[in-house]
Design a protein around this ligand. Structure first.
Ligand code: IMP
Length: 425
């Protein structure tokens, strides 16, 4: 029987805890394949008292016998990638034997990073709040058909292609007031390109096909989150790739018919880092409490994350555009001890109530809340307290998808798997 691809992705604005869930469920798969994004991501995994943050490398690297593929829609900064490889080697993990990189993945150049910085600085107040890793300019060159791909490093004229692209970027710098000196980054980048040649580069769409034909099951790992999707996110405050289930098809070269489950990861509350609308954002002591208790600071940039209550219209939207078949609720322990927990069930816009996420949520969107009793400490070895079970059931009924996993702490072991709930109509 042919294998299938299950997709795991963020159902909010990123930072939901995807890395942890991939690591927990990876032993059930023969391969983990990252399908989009790049070093803007920071997937955090904690076990045996050690914290690991992955940016480009899939979160299956800590599991024996699991292959890890960096897919074609991922954008790779070789410098960041090599640092990641080194820090994994320092932790005793040699990623090389089980790591494959798609030849079609695009390369982030030092000039892409500089263009990202110049563009953001010029935008002033209306900046996106980019991670400044060069993501946007790299995807722009991809769609503009100017990009350099990983497979190009095997061509004899690679340096000519590199210089042609840099010359185009040099001309582009002219449109920005803000100047960024990228030259000091170049030598290290070129060294990293040389080192990248030692890794296994593959025609990943063929590799995926072979695995599936051989009956292997693969987990497609998303980065960022649904509301940061270039098409369906809160545009223009989004990233530059398709973070949704469909992105796994284009990001790995697989047909939609090969997709099995679509697993959505969400936090028991919401966070957002960077600019853009956030209807349930808290500017009070509750928001501060969540930020501190949840250590809500960016794993890539260190920026404090904006915090707010769970937004069900947004989660329902994520269920819809992704075809989510199940959910994992993360960081439930962060809300422990709060007397009341609020859930946004609909929005009031121009005096009208709606449970749909509309085209524009930038202004005039007032969340309508339901208050629920909070819960105490959570122990993954014990049954969940009634209050959180009620909270879970409330969400399941609202979004019509079962919550199969509840995370009660950052460690791999602080994870509770739930039986299927007969709630899906
Ligand atoms: P970029 O992807 O670096 O261009 O950033 C665009 C927007 O997406 C900014 O608001 C970032 O803060 C946000 N973003 C990008 N990657 C992540 C992520 O992995 N987690 C959360 N937010 C992200």
């Amino acid at each position: 029987m042919a294998g299938r691809v299950d997709v795991l992705l963020g159902a909010q604005w990123g930072d939901e805890g995807k890395g942890k869930v991939v690591d927990v469920i990876a032993p059930g798969y023969q391969a983990i394949a990252r399908f989009q994004g790049g070093p803007n991501a920071g997937h955090t995994l904690i076990f045996d008292g050690i914290k690991h943050v992955l940016h480009t490398i899939p979160s299956g690297v800590f599991r024996k016998d699991v292959w890890n593929l960096v897919g074609n829609c991922v954008v790779i900064d070789p410098v960041v990638f090599l640092k990641e490889v080194k820090s994994l080697a320092d932790a005793g993990v040699d990623v090389r034997p089980r790591l494959l990189i798609s030849r079609r993945a695009h390369l982030i150049l030092p000039t892409h990073r500089a263009l990202d910085a110049a563009s953001e600085a010029d935008k002033g107040q209306s900046k996106i709040g980019s991670t400044l890793k060069g993501i946007g300019p790299t995807y722009m060159d991809k769609t503009g058909r100017n990009g350099l791909r990983v497979g190009d490093i095997e061509r004899p004229d690679f340096m000519d292609r590199y210089h042609t692209l840099v010359a185009k970027h040099e001309r582009l710098f002219g449109i920005y007031d803000h100047k960024v000196d990228w030259k000091p980054m170049e030598a290290e980048w070129l060294q990293a390109i040389a080192a990248l040649r030692e890794f296994t580069l593959v025609d990943s769409e063929h590799w995926m096909d072979q695995q599936l034909r051989a009956g292997k099951n693969i987990l497609a790992e998303g980065a960022q989150g649904t509301l940061l999707d270039i098409e369906f996110g809160t545009y223009p405050f989004v990233t530059s790739s398709n973070t949704i289930t469909a992105g796994a098809c284009t990001g790995l070269g697989i047909a939609p018919s090969r997709i099995g489950k679509a697993i959505g990861i969400f936090k028991a509350y919401c966070t957002r880092v960077g600019s853009g609308p956030f209807p349930t954002e808290l500017h009070d002591a509750d928001g501060e409490h969540i930020r501190t208790a949840g250590n809500e600071f960016g794993s890539t940039t260190g920026r404090p994350r904006r915090c707010g209550w769970l937004d069900l219209p947004a989660l329902r939207y994520a269920v819809m555009v992704n075809g989510l078949t199940e959910l994992a609720m993360m960081k439930a322990d962060v809300l422990s001890g709060m007397p009341t927990v609020r859930v946004c069930t609909s929005y009031r816009i121009n005096g009208k109530e709606t449970d749909r996420l509309p085209f524009d949520i930038t202004t005039g969107v007032a969340p309508v809340y339901t208050d629920m009793p909070g819960w105490g400490a959570l122990d993954p070895k014990l049954a969940l307290p009634k209050e959180i079970e009620d909270y879970i059931r409330f969400i399941e009924e609202a979004v019509e998808v079962p919550i199969r996993l509840v995370s009660t702490g950052p460690d791999r072991t602080a994870t509770l798997l739930r039986e299927a709930q007969a709630l899906v109509r």
